[in-house]
Design a protein around this ligand. Structure first.
Ligand SMILES: Nc1ncnc2c1ncn2[C@@H]1O[C@H](COP(=O)(O)OP(=O)(O)OP(=O)(O)O)[C@@H](O)[C@H]1O
Length: 493
């Protein structure tokens, strides 16, 4: 039996010739194949053997899912900092404006750090990776890799992922600070900042019925998820706030954000290159948020003017400032079109995302394209008007802490007859902490405003009268010329 086994010298010589062959093969490969090709082959061999022999399974969760933001990625971003333990080798920490600097810093996940988690007897390992794109305007691609045992794969999908989503939602609900995002065109990213606006429905000076209507509308929007599904509509609500400057449109947006506890995405149209850019920007906002586009009339005006430039070329009569504004972006990009925007409001793209509020504000509703005002486009149109006596009382209560004063009657009468904005009233009430001084200052301000208004009305009437007189004189002059020519004609014949 032992005789049948090869001798030690035979084994050693076989090993030596195999090693020599392998070295020869490797040298030939090194000589003949470029380094990149060698690496590729090596990685393929490694992947094949690792997949075959490994008992691990990896889930990859990218930051984007199809055209939108990946909610699973966001949930992991919220959940993982809560489980970073002693086994992790690094952690990101920092403070934002809302933090008490004496409290421990907030945590986040560093790139390439391994985070271990145990759930229901499963051993799980997370890693965040980031890939820099070659194009400077494309943001880095980030993704989580979650490794588990192959046998646990189904349990991870069925139980662990829903658990993470639920925990992330609880964290968001508990989170005290809201964020306001502005779009950074250079990095193609929404930049968050802590949103701490003091405006609430309580502090807003506006018609109490309108206030109640808006609050009820918001409540019913949140509760009607199933209704939206049943009627086949996207779970969205659109508000158009219009009215003169300083009547509280921005304050109402802040009050809505505070009431709903939604983050705000504040989009400047000027920072959007074109419709596909707009689509990407809008789909990368998260659910339970407010998309705010202020002064929507300015955005659409730019796009109309661009069309004009296209059609007419550089017209002489356009003033220099306008021409500069129009030529610059047009030469780079076609800009946002109205149809691009409408497509997102109620077109096919409107179904991207859930529980979203879209708010447009404008000082000039009449300048808006009728397509934007058509029924079904913006669900609720809210007029923010000049200050009313009830509004003044609300401001007096907030700014001076008083509910009544002997000057209130006089101020009410003046406010009824003068167009004064809540911003103007608030500014006067801030002049002093002493109610008498502040109210007296307001009365003087209203008197001055009344005088100016009366003077401008008088001036207008005078100019209308003057215009009428000039028109009459012109008609008379033409009549007399006609009569003269007729006389001449008669004379000639
Ligand atoms: N209705 C209001 N209730 C309480 N405060 C108000 C109201 N309107 C205006 N203010 C005060 O005036 C300031 C300016 O108001 P706000 O910016 O909300 O007006 P706006 O209508 O959005 O103006 P614009 O059209 O110029 O953006 C606010 O900071 C707030 O203090």
């Amino acid at each position: 039996m032992l005789k049948e086994l090869p001798s030690l010298s035979t084994i050693l010589s076989a090993y030596a010739s195999f090693s020599a062959m392998a070295m020869l093969f490797r040298t030939i490969l090194n000589e003949m194949l470029p380094e990149r090709m060698q690496n590729y082959i090596a990685s393929k061999i490694y992947d094949f053997t690792a997949a075959y022999f490994s008992s691990d399974f990896t889930f990859v969760i990218e930051d984007r899912w199809r055209a939108g933001y990946n909610q699973m990625f966001r949930a992991a971003e919220m959940y993982l900092p809560t489980i970073i333990g002693p086994s992790s080798d690094s952690i990101l920490v920092g403070y934002d404006d809302s933090c008490d600097p004496t409290a421990p810093p907030k945590r986040s996940i560093p790139v390439d750090c391994r985070i271990k988690d145990d759930y229901d007897g499963m051993r799980l390992e997370w890693t965040l990776s980031s890939i820099d794109p070659k194009k400077f305007y494309v943001p880095p691609k980030r993704f989580f890799s979650l490794t588990c045992k192959k046998r646990d794969r189904e349990r991870v999908e069925q139980r662990y992922f829903p658990f993470i989503n639920k925990t992330a939602q609880e964290i968001i609900n508990k989170c005290e600070s809201l964020s306001i995002y502005t779009y950074d065109q250079e990095c193609s990213l929404w930049e968050p900042t802590v949103f701490k606006h003091p405006a609430t429905f309580e502090t807003l000076a506006m018609d109490p019925h309108l206030k109640e209507f808006i609050m009820k509308d918001l409540d019913s929007f949140v509760e009607r998820k199933e209704f939206f599904e049943n009627v086949g509509r996207a779970w969205k609500r659109g508000y158009l706030l219009y009215g003169p400057p300083g009547t509280g449109k921005s304050s109402l947006v802040a009050a809505i954000a505070n009431y709903m506890r939604y983050d705000v995405y504040d989009l400047q149209f000027q920072s959007v290159r074109n419709d596909s850019d707009l689509r990407r920007i809008l789909t990368s906002t998260t659910n339970r948020s407010i998309l705010l586009i202020e002064d929507i009339d300015c955005g659409t005006k730019v796009s109309h003017n661009r069309t004009k430039v296209k059609e007419k070329g550089e017209e002489e009569e356009e003033d220099d400032e306008d021409r500069d504004e129009i030529k610059r972006p047009f030469s780079i990009d076609p800009g946002v079109t109205l149809s691009g925007l409408l497509n997102f409001i109620d077109g096919l793209w409107s179904s991207c995302g859930n529980e979203r509020i879209i708010i447009f504000t404008t000082n000039h509703k009449e300048k808006l394209d009728p397509a934007l005002l058509r029924p079904g486009r913006m669900d609720v149109h809210i007029y923010m008007g000049y200050c009313s006596p009830a509004g003044f009382r609300k401001l007096a209560a907030s700014y001076l802490g008083i509910k009544d004063d002997k000057r209130f009657g006089c101020i009410d009468d003046m406010i009824k007859s003068i167009e004064v904005t809540p911003a103007e009233v608030a500014q006067q009430l801030m002049i002093s902490d002493e109610p008498e001084v502040a109210l007296q200052g307001l009365i003087e301000f209203l008197n001055t405003k009344k005088d100016i208004e009366e003077a401008s009305v008088e001036e207008k009437e005078n100019s209308i009268e003057e215009e009428e007189v000039t028109e009459e004189m012109e008609v008379e002059r033409q009549n007399s010329m006609l009569a003269e020519s007729e006389t001449r004609c008669i004379y000639l014949t």
